[in-house]
Design a protein around this ligand. Structure first.
Ligand code: TXA
Ligand code: MG
Length: 360
């Protein structure tokens, strides 16, 4: 298949005539049952018409993703959640008013007419209203209800830039819209409103603290940060070893000096055994590391930078065929909860704790 690649940057909510035409064309592709990858404020999505079961099947095929893993329905207007959800609890409307459009996905009881291909056979449906202007216009042009997983091949990090989408999806889908780099860089927060208290299934930019301010109590699926809880994650997709780099990854926690010493010693050993070693550090520690490839996520004080750069670095390590990876550890409060969740998953929960009191 020939994949058309178009650039739509826009100026805020305004688009040039050419961009408008490209959006119309993308909308026609979606309404005709085709697939379009598009930017959102989190990561790029791979969109298809949510009410067309054939589109959902194409999405699974393009990603190489198991079809029991449900898709998020993306909408462009608050009131549209009533068509996808069978019943909308008051808490969902409150969250919608507080955080939509934005990086929050709500799990709600599904409406009867939502195809089983979208929900993976569950009685619930995931809904999100993204804030990215290109995403919002595309959803409207495409009929209002766009199913969209992250636009990566299954098992690769979610794409934070169009060039990664092209790497994974060129030749597999109808169109890719290049709208620049993702602002957030990690997938949306998923909160399940069909349980009491509501539960976070996947942490993201909208933090547990922010949700608690609106909802009162919010719990966290134990599997988010805990490997040996022995439970299956409640978001089916979280059970797969997503975000997995090809190299074996270890997270190292402790005081800065111990962490750099540990990493350097192990990197030297690994190198001697013929490994190519990558280190994920921060601006503060970067000069201390000795390895084949040392990358910074940004300043340790800037969690948004850390979130934004993580997937790009993991992809770079894959591209450069790094076989061993060491990463620093981060706080699990606020946005750190999402960062540590993705890091732990990438590392298959391999965490070395050198001491309890980590320097911040
Ligand atoms: O930021 C995002 O959410 C991005 C952009 C494109 O919007 N999308 C995204 O989709 O990350 P995906 O398919 O890669 O991840 C969706 C996650 C999966 O782990 C899936 O199992 C879970 O949401 N999910 C979907 N429907 C669900 C449901 N009804 N109950 C529980 N988990 C659900
Ligand atoms: Mg994904």
């Amino acid at each position: 298949m020939n994949t058309k690649i178009v650039t739509i940057q826009g100026q805020g909510d305004a688009f040039s005539d050419e961009e408008e035409r490209a959006l119309q064309e993308a909308g026609e592709i979606l309404r005709g049952g085709g697939l379009v990858a598009f930017p959102t404020e989190t990561v790029y999505g791979l969109g298809g018409d949510a009410f067309n079961p054939a589109s959902a099947r194409k999405i699974y095929a393009a990603k190489g993703r198991p079809s029991d893993n449900p898709l998020i329905v993306h909408i462009a207007r608050l009131e549209d959640m009533d068509r996808v959800a069978g019943q909308v609890p008051e808490a969902a409307r409150q969250l919608g008013r507080a955080f939509w459009p934005g990086p929050l996905t709500m799990v709600l009881p599904r409406a009867r007419n939502v195809p089983v291909e979208i929900t993976g056979g569950l009685e619930t449906v995931a809904v999100r209203m993204p804030s990215h202007p290109v995403a919002r216009s595309l959803i409207a042009c495409g009929g209002g209800y766009i199913a969209a997983p992250s636009a990566n091949l299954s098992g690769r990090p979610s794409p934070t830039s169009a060039r990664y989408v092209i790497e994974d999806m060129d030749g597999r889908i109808d169109m890719i819209i290049d709208g620049g780099d993702g602002e957030i860089g990690l997938e949306s927060t998923i909160v399940d409103l069909t349980v009491d208290p509501p539960q976070i299934l996947r942490p993201g930019f909208i933090t547990q603290e922010m949700l608690a301010e609106v909802l009162g109590r919010v719990s966290l699926d134990r599997t988010v940060l805990d490997a040996d809880s022995g439970q299956a994650p409640r978001a089916p997709g979280m059970k797969y070893r997503h975000y997995a780099p090809r190299g074996e990854m270890t997270i190292v926690s402790g005081q800065t000096a111990e962490v750099t010493a540990y990493v350097n010693a192990h990197a030297a050993q690994d190198c001697a055994q013929g490994h190519k070693v990558g280190v994920i550090g921060t601006d503060e520690t970067l000069p201390e590391y000795r390895a084949d490839l040392v990358c910074s996520l940004g300043s340790r004080r800037d969690e948004e930078s850390i979130a934004r750069h993580l997937y790009g670095i993991l992809r770079r390590f894959d591209d450069e065929q790094v076989t061993r990876i060491y990463s620093e550890c981060f706080d699990t409060m606020g946005l750190g909860q999402a960062i540590m969740n993705r890091l732990l998953k990438a590392a298959g929960h391999r965490l070395v704790v050198l001491s309890g009191n980590r320097e911040r």
